[in-house]
Design a protein around this ligand. Structure first.
Ligand code: SF4
Length: 332
């Protein structure tokens, strides 16, 4: 039986009102994530993948704001859904959810961790905010989490500072903090960027193990297709603030549909989609944040562009075969 989604984006838009114009960082994103499932969101830098997650966490900073849509979050089975998009980012409600039932691992652990507070204090803060544990219990739980993520000599390390740890260990600490309160949803924003391949694989394995233990839904934000293939159940490909293709991971890698998805895959070293075995690139570049093109957002860079149609009419995002949803005139 299909369970209820824990997190559901419904036509969400995030805009930044600047003196120069409006930046549409997220433009009508819809997706659902279920318990035990990993949804990977992929795309080039600036496509809105991190911004959509910040919207769920209530971390969009002014002059940015959510201008449309709903972000439904189910705190517990059988409980009514909460619309995160309707909460003030400083409200008591969002603060009781953020970091507790809805947790995030940020891109850069060196800046996400405080350099002036001991690791134990940073673990203790989330437990103090989201649980009713007393101090000794919180210390035990903090040390247990450090052990769970593979930090040896946890009690001693609990009292150390972030600069006393390697990059891989800092990322493990971020995971320990994020998972300390048994979240329902974990948003992992490029959790392995900058780590060497061995550590990367250990971190991904660790996330999988902890996900299985806690039945979490994971939203994995990445530009690394190898990580997606290894980790995700479903994939959403984003371009200029919109999802342009969504499918289960096997379908997407076996038969990508959208020309942007195909171009992304061809630009991976050793891709079987690259006809002559040479590294392909996507021609042109992502338009500036204030630029908007008529029709399909991808048409100035698309080799399959249909003149008179793609440059005039916006394609609709729709299910084409029960497996893939895509936004492209080639499939209308
Ligand atoms: Fe290319 Fe046209 Fe499809 Fe856009 S709608 S991706 S321009 S073929």
């Amino acid at each position: 039986m299909q369970k209820d989604p824990i997190l559901e984006f419904d036509n969400v838009a995030v805009e930044y009102q600047l003196d120069e114009g409006v930046v549409r960082a997220v433009n009508g994103v819809s997706y659902k994530v279920f318990p035990d499932e990993t949804l990977a969101i992929v795309g080039e830098s600036g496509c809105g993948k991190s911004q959509s997650s910040y919207a769920a966490m209530g971390l969009i900073q002014p002059p940015g704001r959510i201008t449309r849509g709903h972000i439904w979050f189910r705190e517990a089975d059988g409980k009514p859904r909460i619309d995160l998009a309707g909460l003030d980012r400083n409200s008591k409600e969002i603060r009781s959810i953020r970091g507790g039932k809805l947790a995030m691992i940020f891109q850069e652990p060196m800046t996400a961790l405080s350099p002036v507070h001991r690791i134990g204090r940073q673990l203790d803060e989330v437990l103090k905010l989201h649980t009713d544990m007393g101090k000794p219990q919180r210390i035990d739980r903090g040390c247990e989490m450090l052990r769970r993520v593979g930090i040896p000599d946890a009690r001693k390390r609990y009292d150390q500072f972030s600069f006393e740890f390697s990059g891989g260990m800092r990322q493990r600490i971020m995971i320990a903090i994020a998972l300390a309160c048994n979240p329902r949803v974990l948003i992992a924003d490029e959790p392995t960027t900058g780590l060497d391949v061995t550590i990367q694989s250990q971190i991904l394995e660790l996330m999988k193990t902890l996900q299985a233990e806690h039945h979490m839904a994971v939203v994995l934000i990445t530009h690394d297709l190898a990580v997606v293939a290894e980790t995700a159940d479903r994939v959403a490909v984003m371009y200029l603030g919109r999802i342009v293709e969504m499918a289960d991971v096997k379908t997407l890698f076996a038969a990508p549909k959208h020309p942007y998805t195909i171009a992304l895959m061809k630009s991976v070293i050793g891709s079987p989609l690259a006809a002559d075995g040479r590294l392909q690139t996507i021609r042109g570049s992502v338009p500036g944040p204030l630029e908007r093109v008529p029709g399909c957002d991808f048409h100035p860079r698309c080799d399959a562009c249909i003149p008179g149609l793609c440059d005039k009419q916006e394609p609709v995002f729709k299910d084409i075969d029960g497996k893939t949803q895509v936004s492209c005139h080639l499939f209308c």
